[in-house]
Write a protein of this length. Structure first.
Length: 345
């Protein structure tokens, strides 16, 4: 069942187009992550969903109810959408318990529900009367999440909620938040610019660029079959080479490589190979390369190899090569496992 439906959504500021023709569905209980560089429109999209902005084109529906178009604009406080900001935005003069109860104070069971949410978000009840400044960054984000859940929202919006945390705590909070929201059964939309965060959190990954939706799908699908070279590089280490396509194969500097049966191409273009598909010193029929550089990292190495191809020197770099006795200038065999992806456009 679709919780959030966005159709042909557009937003402009003067002569600047922030969003154009956005179409997106978010399923019940799912986690959608919107990623893109600064200025891609991801924050604008979040603000339109939350009700802080009005669309200039298209519509937004929540559980089948129209909440925004050019004539209708349900106020933000009536949309029953939870929101957790980057800094948590807790009220500094209120205790943990009062922060969580803020939106439900008029309800008879407010305190009991707040305490239950503290349990759910793994906040010790002894913290109930503490002020926000007496909490760690991770604890503050848990309080913000509990406060957003207190109103039993139909949809949760997370605006880069982990970016202010250090790396270890960021990953811990990301995983904890995913578990909490899954337990609550709340569909979630997370905005981030962090690739690892996006790949680790998403059921559905949405790529925005210059106000347009470039691609949407599972992280695995987008990683293996990105829409273009920019998306390929954003989602992970990518080897992108010129290639000639002949239906089921790509001819490139790495040799003749197979394409998926449902992803074939003709003519000239580019081919994507992920570094983990490469093996050094393997099959005797693989293409010969020369080692250009080796950076020793213990039992793994970062290696750059090169070869002449089409009259030019082609270089390929990749990390985490299993320990080999490799020296600069050494000739090595390189083979590619699995199918590769043609990049169009």
């Amino acid at each position: 069942m679709t919780v959030l439906h966005i159709a042909n959504l557009g937003k402009t500021y003067g002569t600047t187009t922030a969003l154009a023709g956005i179409n997106l569905d978010v399923a019940m209980g799912s986690r959608t992550v919107i990623v893109g560089p600064s200025g891609s429109g991801k924050t604008t999209l979040l603000r339109l969903i939350a009700g802080f902005e009005t669309p200039d084109a298209g519509k937004i529906e929540l559980n089948g109810e129209l909440i925004a178009d050019q004539q209708v604009g349900v106020p933000a406080h009536r949309r029953n959408i939870g929101l957790v900001m980057q800094e948590g935005a807790l009220f500094p003069h209120l205790s943990v318990l009062d922060n969580i109860c803020f939106g439900i104070r008029a309800e008879a069971d407010a305190s009991a529900r707040a305490l239950a949410l503290m349990d759910m978000t793994e906040l010790d009840r002894s913290m109930a009367q503490r002020q926000p400044h007496q909490l760690s960054g991770g604890q503050q984000q848990r309080v913000a999440l509990a406060r957003a859940l207190a109103r039993q929202p139909r949809l949760m919006l997370l605006d880069e909620p982990f970016s202010a945390l250090d790396a270890g705590l960021r990953e811990q909070m990301r995983d904890a938040t995913a578990q909490i929201l899954a337990h609550a059964g709340v569909a979630t939309v997370l905005v981030t610019h962090d690739r690892d965060e996006a790949m680790g959190f998403a059921d559905q990954l949405v790529i925005l660029r210059e106000g347009r939706l470039i691609q949407a799908g599972s992280p695995k699908t987008l990683y293996r079959r990105p829409a273009d070279a920019t998306t390929a590089a954003f989602l992970g280490a990518a080897i992108i080479l010129p290639a000639d396509f002949t239906g089921a194969a790509a001819e490139c500097a790495l040799g003749r490589l197979p394409l998926p049966d449902d992803d074939q191409a003709e003519g000239a273009g580019q081919v994507l190979v992920r570094p983990e598909q490469l093996t050094i010193g393997a099959a005797p029929t693989s293409v010969e390369w020369q080692v250009a550089s080796v950076l020793d990292r213990g039992n793994k190495s970062a290696v750059t190899i090169e070869r002449l191809h089409r009259g030019g020197r082609v270089k390929v770099s990749f990390d985490h090569v299993s320990a080999h006795v490799l020296e600069i200038g050494q000739t090595v065999q390189v083979s590619v496992t699995g199918t590769v992806h043609p990049l169009r456009g």
